[in-house]
Design a protein around this ligand. Sequence first.
Ligand SMILES: [Zn+2]
Length: 302
Amino acid sequence: MAINIGLDIGGTKIEIIALDSKSGKELYRQRVNTPDNYPDFLSAVTRLVTEAETALQSTGSVGISIPGIVNFDKTFSKAPANLPFLRLDFAQEVEKILNREIRMENDARCFALSEAIDGAAKGYETAYCIIIGTGVGGSLVVNRKIIRGANNIAGEWGHLPLPFATESELSVQCGCGRMGCIETQVSGKYLLKQYNDCTDKPAPSVGAINQLADKGDRLAQSVMNNFYQHLAAALLNIVVIVDPDVIVVGGGCSRVEGIYTKVPALIENLWKRGKMNLNIKKAMHGDSSGVRGAAWLWKEKL
Ligand SMILES: [Zn+2]
């Protein structure tokens, strides 16, 4: 049986999955806490692979999804913020221990590949996939190939300046240090801040703010409408440059229905040239997209 193994490495958990190469059926899944030092981390990653292969009595391809920017040669220029101990040649060390070539990509790109191969973007030629969680990420997949670009930054969208923004919106400082990034109006972190800074009854999540908006809470409605408007403006840039066949939304905020019911009309309003063919869909694999996409890195058409 041919299997594709994927690992999703995060700051708190490492998850492994094994998929049947032909059917995509999930054969194995395991999750451990992320160790806080490099030797334990490296051995946890390689042990998870050998345990999966022993359980399935099969040797597979290995793909890794990881936060941060992965260089073309699978090294890092700096360790991801939530894995500060990571050695920059981590992938090469894993290859030595497992005695095979591995593939490794940024988590937003793995998410996009997962959705393009057998998720919400399956069957579409051009898919722009965004994650709206605490922060904002994006990746472009064309014909089941991740578009990386000449500088390895294609699709990176969250830290572009907000289009159609007011001066006060452009003066909000982003976590990256710059002012007025898309992330400052379109991410879970900042939506919560916008709401909770203006009330003495703080909301625990964007989902809760969305429910309050549905129940008629004025502040929640204004925060959500602001979010839809800015998301539409930010997506218009993508639509005009790439004109994707589908836009797939993942991450914690992807459950907000207004993204699918309200944002397309707002994009049309901004473009002002009549009806557009806009197809915005919710990610199919939810939280599993990262780990599935890691496994499917070996199905990417290079
Ligand atoms: Zn930024």
